[in-house]
Ligand binder design. Structure first.
Ligand SMILES: [Fe+2]
Length: 512
């Protein structure tokens, strides 16, 4: 602990005690009546020399302030070479403060590259569970990567069994592509019920995160390795676009306030670095993460900066509004940052960690074209502009990771989907959901064939819950889809439903 801070806190504490004598009585008892670490620990955004460690004090997670008492609280943290913490390599203290819901974000630096560590927190005599964390490989290194990809974990629609399996995989990193929480009011006729009404205020969002974070499978998956997290719509409001809410009748002031609440609570509960924004309503989470020279992750936000969905949102016949070339999904600044970056980066693989399906999906048979206006399909000019940039700057070494739609898809991405003769330039792996949508169902050969007739770039489709695992080296990218047969009851085993490979520098995705 910083000595000056300690002395000044001690002086302030002594002054406080002189005025309020019963403070002595309170602190003479153990600080917490209940375990303050019930939300677990997490780490994220690894660099070659550090990353972020996270926890939040919440002795009674669903109560106001998580059961805390309004006082700032000191939390110590330790990073060790061994699980028994006999070889501590770094330690320090942080202050958990009520204005940030007693969350703790430790920015680690000065550690050697490409190494695993263990970490834990302590406060008021209580000790957290132990998390594993690793630094990224050194700049220039082609050390292979084993990556887990998850998204969409609706508390009410299923158990997080798949995250429990993810926690047992040999992986270096997890990318979570959003819908980490859902905003809806509690429904008693579900697998397990959300606490409270639809969430709108910062305290509502905090309580919802607290409820989700009590899940033991989610905690185990966080403790397993660092995560790189982005958000999708349900961290705020279903299908919101910029400052337009789901229902369209919210005022700009209401949406800005709701976004500020949602974005702040997101930051408080995720292992991410200090926000870059003048206000929480404008929190910019786009960032890039390097895995040595092997892979560069472009962590995208396709919600905050998008133009409103065309043609009343939903799945609609293609319309002129959707084709308006002025409409975008990333916003001009993010699009430029990404396309310039793809050109400048010398990383072996370029990885787009983003939310919505990039490949078009035509749901109408025959000549009609019916697409989801919420996906890249509803912004076809912006999609083809981005894929054209991929074709020029990082062809056949770009992989798009997608969440959002609660089904698994393997898609070959062409440089311009308005011209089917244009070459394949990238691969898209769409993960299913951890629990959203419930158990799922088998897909018949007839159904898949009908889908493929309208969408020849589609290689595979499945409607089961799970995640996918990517094994990446300089020559190839292999994706294994890991599925569970049910989530509405516990203990489903995990199986590999299918496996796919992209060869560096070659177009296309092949089954393995
Ligand atoms: Fe979702």
């Amino acid at each position: 602990m910083d000595r000056r801070l300690f002395v000044s806190d001690l002086a302030r504490y002594a002054a406080l005690c002189a005025v309020v004598p019963n403070v002595w009585r309170v602190t003479s008892r153990p600080r917490f009546a209940d375990d303050p670490f019930q939300l677990g620990v997490a780490s994220g955004d690894p660099t070659a020399s550090g990353g972020v460690l996270w926890t939040r004090l919440a002795p009674r997670p669903l109560e106001p302030e998580g059961g805390m008492d309004g006082l700032r609280t000191t939390v110590t943290w330790e990073v060790a070479d061994d699980e028994g913490f006999t070889k501590i390599v770094k330690k320090g203290t942080a202050t958990a403060a009520p204005e940030l819901s007693y969350s703790v974000h430790v920015n680690l630096d000065g550690l050697p590259a490409d190494r695993w560590y263990f970490y834990r927190f302590q406060s008021g005599g209580a000790t957290s569970n132990v998390g594993r964390f690793r630094t990224a490989p050194a700049e220039g290194s082609l050390t292979p990567l084993s990556l887990g990809v998850a998204s969409c974990q609706h508390w009410e629609q299923g158990l997080f069994t798949a995250l429990g399996h993810l926690a047992h995989e040999e992986i270096d990193l997890v990318t979570h592509l959003g819908d980490y929480i859902y905003e809806y009011a509690g429904n008693p006729r579900t697998v397990r019920t959300h606490a409270g009404l639809e969430i709108r205020t910062v305290d509502d969002y905090r309580r919802r995160y607290a409820q989700y974070k009590t899940d033991p499978h989610l905690q185990a998956a966080h403790a397993r390795c660092p995560w790189v997290v982005t958000w999708d719509d349900h961290e705020v409001d279903n299908n919101y676009a910029g400052l337009v809410g789901e229902n369209g009748f919210e005022s700009v002031e209401q949406m800005r306030t709701r976004r500020a609440a949602a974005y702040q609570a997101w930051w408080e509960h995720q292992p991410v670095t200090v926000p870059r924004a003048q206000s929480w309503a404008d929190l910019n989470i786009t960032r890039s993460i390097n895995w040595g020279a092997l892979a560069r992750f472009w962590v995208l936000d396709t919600r905050q900066y998008r133009d409103d969905q065309a043609c009343n949102d939903g799945t609609q016949l293609m319309c002129d509004g959707a084709r308006d070339p002025r409409r975008g999904l990333l916003g001009a600044a993010q699009e430029q940052w990404l396309t310039n970056g793809l050109g400048a980066s010398r990383s072996h693989w370029q990885v787009l960690a983003q939310q919505i399906m990039m490949a078009p999906y035509d749901a109408a048979p025959g000549a009609d074209v019916r697409v989801s206006m919420d996906q890249w399909s509803g912004y076809p000019v912006a999609r083809d502009r981005l894929l054209n940039a991929v074709a020029k700057r990082a062809p056949n070494r770009t992989v798009v990771l997608t969440g959002d739609i609660h089904t698994s898809w393997v898609n070959e991405l062409h440089s311009d989907f308005s011209r089917p003769d244009k070459p394949v330039v990238a691969a898209e792996f769409v993960g299913t959901s951890i629990s959203s949508g419930g158990d799922g169902a088998a897909v018949t050969v007839q159904r898949f064939d009908a889908m493929k007739r309208e969408n020849p770039h589609l290689k595979w489709f499945e409607n089961r819950r799970g995640y996918f695992k990517c094994t990446v080296n300089a020559d190839s990218w292999t994706t294994d889809y890991r599925s569970v047969a049910f989530v509405e009851k516990p203990d489903a085993p995990v199986t590999t439903a299918s496996s796919w490979r992209v060869t560096h520098g070659k177009p296309g995705i092949i089954a393995v």
